[in-house]
Design a protein around this ligand. Structure first.
Ligand code: CA
Length: 233
């Protein structure tokens, strides 16, 4: 989502609009513009992923727009970064009180602005997608989105299939998952394969996460059925 995110820039000063547009488009974002408060409310219907909102605007000011964004169920979780003039120290606090996620004072460095935009979008993506949250079980830590697994503090890189396989086992720790279930969850209905595919990937996975792959302690084989991730305290 980050690379293709749509950003609504609400700003009445054309040179700042162009500076923002140039720097955001360079990063691959799509940019839509509103030059005043009423236009901003209209452009919100285009479902932006983030709003860069100037505080001092003709018509409705940034505070009022932010309040309306938060007050509308359709946009209440939309990330908002306030742009404020450097002298308006009080506005910083007010900007946060109205529910802005962050604020940036003018003049700003484009690089810092882009970094903030990225950070806020990343956070919003994580919150919207609980499946991207870190998963822990015994010595295992899974970091979805990166296909990384840590065994204790030792990192192992998994292939996407190995990762998905482990994720399903860990999320169902203590339960036996049969091969058909795993094949379906990890490879999908379309994939033409037999259940030995699962066994092969379990073997790779054990080589990466088990202290002794020939005597697995984490992923148990349940003969004739499938696999179980051992429930660990
Ligand atoms: Ca302004």
């Amino acid at each position: 989502m980050v690379g293709l995110a749509k950003i609504l820039v609400v700003e009445d000063e054309a040179p700042i609009v162009e500076l923002l547009r140039f720097n955001l488009e360079k990063e691959g974002y799509r940019v839509i513009i509103a030059y005043d408060g009423h236009e901003a409310l209209n452009k919100l219907r285009e479902n932006p992923d983030l709003v860069l909102l100037d505080l001092m605007l003709p018509g409705l000011d940034g505070m009022e727009i932010c309040r309306r964004i938060r007050g509308d169920a359709a946009t209440s979780r939309l990330p908002v970064i306030m742009l404020t003039a450097r002298s308006q120290e009080a506005d910083k606090v007010l900007g946060l009180e109205t529910g802005a996620d962050d604020y940036i004072t003018k003049p700003f460095s484009p690089r810092e602005l882009v970094a903030r935009v990225k950070a806020i979008l990343r956070r919003a993506t994580m919150e919207a997608s609980p499946e991207l949250e870190v998963i822990r079980a015994g010595p295992i830590t899974l970091r979805p989105g990166r296909y990384e697994v840590y065994v204790g503090d030792r990192r192992q890189d998994l292939t996407p299939k190995e990762f998905e396989l482990l994720r399903h086992l860990v999320l169902n720790a203590g339960k036996v998952l049969n091969r058909d279930y795993l094949l379906d969850k990890v490879w999908g209905y379309d994939y033409i394969a037999d259940t030995r595919t699962v066994d092969v990937h379990i073997r790779y996975l054990r080589q990466k996460i088990e202290a002794d792959p020939s005597n697995p302690q984490l992923i148990e084989t349940v003969r004739g059925v499938g696999y179980r991730f051992r429930e660990l305290a």
